[in-house]
Design a protein around this ligand. Structure first.
Ligand SMILES: N[C@@H](CCC(=O)N[C@@H](CS)C(=O)NCC(=O)O)C(=O)O
Length: 212
C-alpha cells in the first residue's frame, strides 16, 4: 500500500490523481500545513525539504511531485500514463512535465510566497503583479500546444494532464487565469468532468465550478 503525505489542493494533488486513476491501494496522511507540520522533525526525516508531498512505497521514500508521478507511472505501465522507452512522445512527456514543474509551478510558488522573494514588504504587490505576467506567459505557451492536441502531449491522456490540472487550479486567482485562454479553457472544462478529477476533488473538497 502506498502512503501519500498530502494537503488538499497542494503539490500532492497530481500524485493523488494518479493513485486514484490507476485504482491503486493508498493511504492519505494529512500534513497539517496550518500548524506548519511540514517542518516538524518527524516529517523532515521523510522529506528534508519540508515540503508537501512525500510518497512512501515500501522501503522507498520519494519527495518532489514530478518524481513521484514518474515513479507511479513506471511502476504501473499498464495504465499508459507515460510513453514507454523508445516511443517518440517520451521526450515530449519529460519536456512538458519539466516545463510544468520547473517553469509554471516555480512561477506560481513565487506568486504565492512573495515574502520569500523580497526583503522589503512594500514591494510584495509588485512581485505579485510581475508574477501574474510571467504565469500568463507560460499559460499562453500551453494554450498554443493545446490548439492542436487533445491532451498536452498528443491524443492520449498522460500524467502531464493531471499535473497541468493541478497547476491550473492554483492559477485561477491569477489576473489572466487559465480560463482566459481559449484552448486551455476548453481542455480544462473537459478534464474537470473526468471521473478521476471528480473523485479526487470530492475527497480534497476542491470546488470545480470555476471550470464549468
Ligand atoms: N518542488 C516541490 C514543491 C513542493 C511545495 O512547494 N509544496 C508546497 C505546497 S504546494 C509546500 O509544501 N509548501 C510549504 C512550505 O514551503 O513550507 C514539488 O513539486 O513537490
Amino acid at each position: 500500500m502506498y502512503k501519500l503525505y498530502y494537503y488538499p489542493n497542494n503539490a500532492s494533488l497530481a500524485p493523488h490523481l494518479l493513485l486514484k486513476h490507476m485504482g491503486l491501494d493508498y493511504e492519505l496522511l494529512l500534513v497539517d500545513k496550518k500548524s506548519n507540520s511540514q517542518k516538524s522533525p518527524e516529517y523532515l526525516k521523510l522529506n528534508p525539504a519540508g515540503r508537501i508531498p512525500t510518497l512512501v512505497d515500501g522501503e522507498t521514500v520519494i519527495f518532489e511531485s514530478p518524481a513521484i508521478c514518474i515513479h507511479l507511472c513506471e511502476q504501473h505501465p499498464e495504465h499508459s500514463l507515460i510513453p514507454p522507452i523508445g516511443d517518440k512522445l517520451r521526450p515530449l512527456f519529460f519536456q512538458w512535465l519539466t516545463y510544468l514543474n520547473n517553469t509554471l509551478q516555480a512561477e506560481l510558488m513565487v506568486r504565492y510566497y512573495p515574502h520569500r522573494h523580497t526583503n522589503d514588504e512594500s514591494t510584495i504587490p509588485n512581485v505579485i503583479a510581475a508574477q501574474d505576467e510571467r504565469i500568463a506567459d507560460a499559460l499562453a505557451i500551453i494554450n498554443d500546444q493545446l490548439a492542436h492536441n487533445k491532451y498536452l502531449i498528443g491524443d492520449e491522456l498522460t500524467a502531464c494532464d493531471f499535473f497541468l490540472f493541478m497547476l491550473a487550479e492554483w492559477s485561477l486567482p491569477i489576473e489572466k487565469s487559465p480560463l482566459h485562454f481559449e484552448h486551455l479553457a476548453a481542455y480544462l472544462k473537459r478534464l474537470s468532468q473526468h471521473p478521476t478529477v471528480l473523485a479526487v476533488n470530492d475527497i480534497e473538497k476542491i470546488d470545480l465550478t470555476p471550470f464549468q
